[in-house]
Design a protein around this ligand. Sequence first.
Ligand code: PMP
Length: 418
Amino acid sequence: MAYPTQTAAMEDLDTFDVQRIREDFPILHQKVYGKPLVYLDNGATTQKPSVVIDTIADFYRQRNSNIHRGVHYLSDQATTAFEDARKTVRRFINAPHERQIIFTRGTTESINLVAFSFGERFVNAGDEILVSEMEHHSNIVPWQMLCERRGAKLRVIPFDDKGELVWEKFEELLNPRVKMVAITFVSNSLGTVNPIARIVEKAHAVGAAVLVDAAQAVQHKVVDVQALDCDFLAFSGHKVYASTGIGVLYGKEKWLERMPPYQGGGDMIKSVSFEKTVFNELPFKFEAGTVDYVAAISLGTAIDYLEGIGLERVEAYEDQLLRYATERITSLGDLRLFGQAREKAGSVSFLFDGIHHYDTGLMVDKMGVALRTGTHCTEPVMQHFGVTGTVRASFALYNTFEEIDILVEALARVKRMF
Ligand code: PMP
């Protein structure tokens, strides 16, 4: 399909030219309350480059038709674009085959799908599911629901005060009753990068499968499902510069083939009669109803965009941003930093002594700076530290060192006012 693919950022691959990258993101060039917008809430969702916005608009203007169901020209075009997006996702995470790429509504739905379908087939009374203390609610609650349904037990790998998993506890918890280890690659409230390949190796040694929540990973680092050897991996399009409404579940075929469908309806069936329904093959078996195919196509475009810049370069650049932000925020003093793991990505979380996270967020907002405050859907992390919430600055490839200076100046003003 003839979508615009050449962008300002992609023309110049020799240097990481953040100002040119910013030109690709129209939303960044606005003022809020008369101040230039400094958007540091990328952990919640990322902004979209013009190439993604144009893909969506062009698709609705010129090519829209439902996928997989028509013999006519537009339907064929839409189906090809959608299946091309699946190929792009396969390449992006280095999955062996497109059959293993299932489109969902997002990370949450991907995890729910596995918790339901894997749980139905492979989890029984007395079995155990391991999650970590730093999981997003989306990687806790579906497993709790599964345990409730099947009479299984949820067990928790703790983290230490730096925000790193306690490895000995993880090893202690592993035993042949563990059927699944569901773990985040990058914590959205601590920034911790977990050693996934090592976790997978240990889990496999006792026969447990591993689901990786990569919602905060794929936009910051190269993720290779074959190198990780994980059994499942989930992420959301909207956190990796694509539209909302689309997510990905990768799974090993040995599991996906044997798991029952998650939902029933169009596209997941081969034939239906009142006596017997025959389910479709992978990946369609898990794609009931009309997938948000336009969002899926936008995800393909977003991945092409990101790969055009180069994820290794993005990772290196964002790492510098994160270090700079951490140093400068820490130098303000009178604060607690949450998450001091050796390997971090994406965000810095903190709390000024005696200043509510909500007040900090509200005040810097008036200075044009968008931060997230609260629990970040990780209440157990807040309970660990005995706080009701934190302030989080989270980064994307279009953020700049100057923006961090503006953030730090805004935070200094908050401190002075209290
Ligand atoms: N897991 C993690 C680590 C997240 O950061 C998020 C989003 N904040 C989710 C899961 C849920 O993603 P979504 O709402 O897109 O399903």
